[in-house]
Structure formats: C-alpha cells, structure tokens
Design a protein around this ligand. Structure first.
Ligand SMILES: Nc1ncnc2c1ncn2[C@@H]1O[C@H](COP(=O)(O)OP(=O)(O)OP(=O)(O)O)[C@@H](O)[C@H]1O
Ligand SMILES: [Mg+2]
Length: 159
C-alpha cells in the first residue's frame, strides 16, 4: 500500500493532479472517490478526462444516470456515481463488474456505498474541503501495481 496527500490550492492544481493520474494510472484502474457533497469528485474526473483528451464539458455529474462513458479520448473513461443506488444488486444489473474488470479507467463517486463490490486492488482518493478553492486529496494505492502507480503520480507532482 502507498499513500500520499496532495493539496490543491485551486482548480488549476486539481487539473495538475488529473494530469498526473492520467500519466501514472495503468489501464483497468478503478479509482474509488470519497468526499462530501461538493468536495470535488466530479471536478477531479473532469481533470483526468481532460488529460486523456476528452473535451471539456463532456464530463457532467452522472447522478441521475449512474454511469457515463467517455470513449473518445486516449483511453475509455467510465464515470459512476452511486449516490442514488438502491443496493449492490442494482449495480450488478448494470453490469458493473464488466467495467471494474475491463480495460478503461473507472471512477466511482460515493464508492464507500458499494465497498463490497469494489476490486480490492484499486486506488482510493479521499477529498477534503480545506478552503474555498483549496482541496486536500489523500491518494492510496492498494496492491503492488497500484502502489507503484501512486508513487509515480507523487513523483510527477513533485517534479
Ligand atoms: N481546488 C479545487 N478542486 C476541485 N474543485 C474545486 C476546487 N476549488 C473549488 N472547487 C469547486 O468545488 C466544486 C466541486 O464540485 P463537484 O461537483 O466536483 O463535487 P462532488 O464531490 O462531485 O459532489 P457531489 O457529491 O455532489 O457529486 C465545484 O464547484 C468546483 O468549482
Ligand atoms: Mg459529483
């Protein structure tokens, strides 16, 4: 396991984290996003999508859709928001396993609600609001591959 904390003073710095994640995360990574309403979960997915070459404005909050797919970038990005999910069975009906063990990058907002359905080897990102424009991101890689990816992300950000 590998953990580090990155403080973004503003949204430009959040975009830098998005760029670092796009460089560091291997294909098929599941990123579990944690943090309160308005913490910046969707904003971080936008930052990664931008770095993957997905047009700005494509990434919206998927609250009413549950899954959004962006496949026009370098790699497919799948964006889940499970806030309104009734139970894990509903997730199964949506075929979530295929996304979790597929080839794209997968981001899950409110991931703690489906903890038992998430792959144990993944990246967790805990977002805290520390100021009007400031956010603290604690990034944890679970499993060797993802621990290495998180270390690569940390190095990119300290360059
Ligand atoms: N440094 C920053 N990084 C990310 N977002 C920021 C930052 N500074 C301000 N913000 C603002 O915080 C808000 C984050 O909203 P966002 O929709 O990403 O939250 P969320 O965690 O997805 O919430 P929800 O649980 O409602 O989906 C946006 O309005 C964004 O402009
Ligand atoms: Mg959101």
């Amino acid at each position: 396991m590998k953990t580090f904390t990155y403080t973004a003073q503003d949204e430009v710095a959040t975009d830098r984290l998005g760029a670092a994640l796009a460089v560091a995360l291997p294909d098929s990574t599941v990123v579990a996003l944690h943090g309160t309403l308005g913490a910046g979960k969707t904003r971080l997915v936008q930052a990664v999508a931008r770095a993957e070459g997905i047009a700005d404005g494509r990434v919206v909050s998927p609250t009413f859709v549950l899954i959004q797919e962006y496949t026009e970038g370098r790699r497919p990005v799948y964006h889940f928001d499970v806030y309104r999910l009734k139970d894990v069975d509903e997730l199964e009906q949506l075929g979530a396993e295929e996304y979790f063990y597929g080839t794209g990058l997968v981001f899950v907002e409110w991931a703690e609600r489906i903890d038992e359905a998430l792959p144990p080897e993944r990246v967790d990102i805990e977002i805290e609001i520390t100021g009007e424009h400031e956010r603290s991101f604690t990034i944890t890689g679970r499993g060797n591959l993802h621990a290495r990816a998180v270390e690569k992300c940390r190095q990119y950000l300290t360059q």
